[in-house]
Design a protein around this ligand. Structure first.
Ligand SMILES: N[C@@H](CCC(=O)N[C@@H](CS)C(=O)NCC(=O)O)C(=O)O
Length: 221
């Protein structure tokens, strides 16, 4: 079984999806979490774009979150069985990444206490386009509970990250009137990887300490 090293911070950010995919692929990994400016500056020359996350796997250093998860998906067959499935997976993956990107830095831009309020219009509205679209896709794919085909793919993991985030902020209310998303979450929660991910791997929601630490390490104002 492959083993890997993940370099990031001790929080979700851009690395949470990588943690989910590593767990779903059954890859054992260790984490190095940046805790000082000096530690980051020492690592920086080995980062292709000077940025984290970095995943070392199979003697290769990979940066760029999307490249990392796509590498894992390709090497562990979470990327679809034919060209049509691969394209659909890419499409749904990009859709949920775009949506998530609008919240990614929220805890760094508005006071942490205001993040849920900030995200509310997009995540809780009864006419949330994102949720409507993914419900439609799940419905059209039949009763499997997955976005593409009848097994888990990278597209599902990417959607799951958004679904879990919405659940963190608003509980079950996040899925009122979206039965397909409710069922999607149930399907995912019955998979073997989920229990391990949810209980042992998933990082907590950002705290003041975490935001302060990241800003300090990256010399952010
Ligand atoms: N497109 C890159 C963006 C990476 C990125 O912006 N990383 C931040 C931390 S979340 C970083 O390392 N910033 C330091 C810098 O840009 O100097 C990815 O998805 O990996």
């Amino acid at each position: 079984m492959a083993s890997a090293k993940l370099f990031y911070f001790d929080g979700r950010g851009r690395a949470e999806l990588i943690r989910m995919v590593l767990t779903a692929c059954g890859v054992k990994y260790s984490e190095t979490c940046m805790s000082s400016k000096e530690q980051f500056l020492e690592l920086r020359p080995s980062l292709l774009f000077g940025q984290l996350p970095l995943l070392e796997i199979d003697n290769v250093k990979i940066v760029q979150t999307n490249a990392i998860v796509r590498h894992l998906a390709r090497t562990h067959k979470l990327d679809g069985k034919d060209e049509k499935e691969k394209t659909l997976i890419d499409q749904y993956y990009e859709g949920s990444r775009d949506f998530l990107a609008s919240f990614m830095g929220a805890g760094f831009m508005v006071a942490l206490e205001k993040v849920a309020e900030h995200a509310k219009p997009a995540l809780l509205n009864s006419d949330c386009n994102f949720k409507i679209t993914y419900c439609k896709v799940l419905k059209e794919n039949g009763s499997s509970g997955y976005l593409v085909g009848s097994t888990m793919t990278l597209a599902d993991l990417s959607l799951l990250e958004v679904v879990l985030m919405a659940g963190d902020y608003y509980g079950e209310a996040a899925f009122d009137s979206y039965p397909e998303l409710k069922k999607f979450k149930e399907t995912q929660s019955k998979l073997n990887f989920y229990n391990d991910y949810f209980h042992n791997i998933r990082k907590p929601m950002n705290s003041h300490e975490y935001v302060t630490k990241v800003k300090e390490v990256l010399s952010m104002k």
